[in-house]
Design a protein around this ligand. Sequence first.
Ligand SMILES: NC(=O)C1=CN([C@@H]2O[C@H](COP(=O)(O)OP(=O)(O)OC[C@H]3O[C@@H](n4cnc5c(N)ncnc54)[C@H](O)[C@@H]3O)[C@@H](O)[C@H]2O)C=CC1
Ligand SMILES: NCC(=O)COP(=O)(O)O
Length: 345
Amino acid sequence: MTRPPGRDAPIVISCGEPSGIGPEVAVAAWRALGADMALLWIGDPAHLPAGTPVRVIGDVKDAHGPCPDALPVLARDFGGATVPGRPDTRHAQGVIDAIADGVALVTSGHARAICTAPIHKAALQNGAGFAHPGHTEYLATLAGGVPVVMMLACDALRVVPATIHIPLSAVPSALTAQGLRDTLRITHAALIRDFGIAGPRIAVAGLNPHAGEDGKMGSEERDLIAPVLAALRAEGMDLTGPLPADTMFHASARARYDVAVCMYHDQALIPIKTIDFAGGVNVTLGLPFVRTSPDHGTAFDIAGRGVADATSMIAALRMAARMADARDARSIGASDARISDKMIR
Ligand SMILES: NC(=O)C1=CN([C@@H]2O[C@H](COP(=O)(O)OP(=O)(O)OC[C@H]3O[C@@H](n4cnc5c(N)ncnc54)[C@H](O)[C@@H]3O)[C@@H](O)[C@H]2O)C=CC1
Ligand SMILES: NCC(=O)COP(=O)(O)O
């Protein structure tokens, strides 16, 4: 990463699947935040809701600073209009490129963060042979193959699935000590660096009912999870678990931790989407840049009707800005420290 781009630089929004609700929630979020925050949408302007005022940007420097009168757009031609709810294979490569272009802007220091609108994974696989199960894995590849962690966060809860987009039947064999250690270490470091939590309290779910009931209902807790937790506790991490997953998400249980690390996708996502579907944010931890996303998908059933709730997209943009601020503050702090170090010598 080059030096931080400054608070005037935009947060880029990749268009996501154009036949889903991505374009409309992006426009609604710009209407809500555009007076206070620099934003830059990457995609085909023909896919924006009719009547959206657009400012096509030639040079990303022209997207610095808030632009409340028109949505700044880095225009791409995806080769055709879109029909709500019907992904078009011709658009798939453009959707993928918008993500890569957004990441390039952030890593080159021209943008502060990327906020990705939802993609339809199958549409990208069918249309462009997209080899990744989701953004999370694609972004890890774009960042050079770094290990990453998916976290979903709302005001009441943060959750991390230790395995992500794999069939349920593949979960037990995909859970490894190394993978779990990486997940816990990345989560711990990110809560300190990006969320300002000095000593993160991490609760870890078991895999099986009743966290295995002393090995009577499964052995992963005893043989895999507990030893990993013991080793990381010895390094100073504040970990509880493995806990029975069914009793760790009610309000008084949630008050005892800062993040719940779960063993598979739905164990983590069902509680947060139940507690706050509208306000949840998906954030990728471990990347060298800031990436957030709304917690919902393409919602084909309501796309193009103007009824999609943009609360999650707005929350995702706000979280991206806060995370970028936190990273800026640390990097400015670090360079100040280097300067004062030199002065002392
Ligand atoms: N970050 C991403 O790119 C994500 C992509 N997806 C993808 O989206 C596609 C559809 O996934 P689903 O499981 O159907 O989930 P979904 O979130 O698209 O839809 C589930 C239900 O919630 C409603 N809904 C979703 N967002 C809404 C909003 N903002 N306002 C009002 N109602 C909303 C939908 O109308 C639907 O009834 C899949 O291909 C999935 O992979 C799903 C989650 C995240
Ligand atoms: N269920 C969460 C989800 O699908 C988000 O995936 P990603 O595209 O952010 O990796």
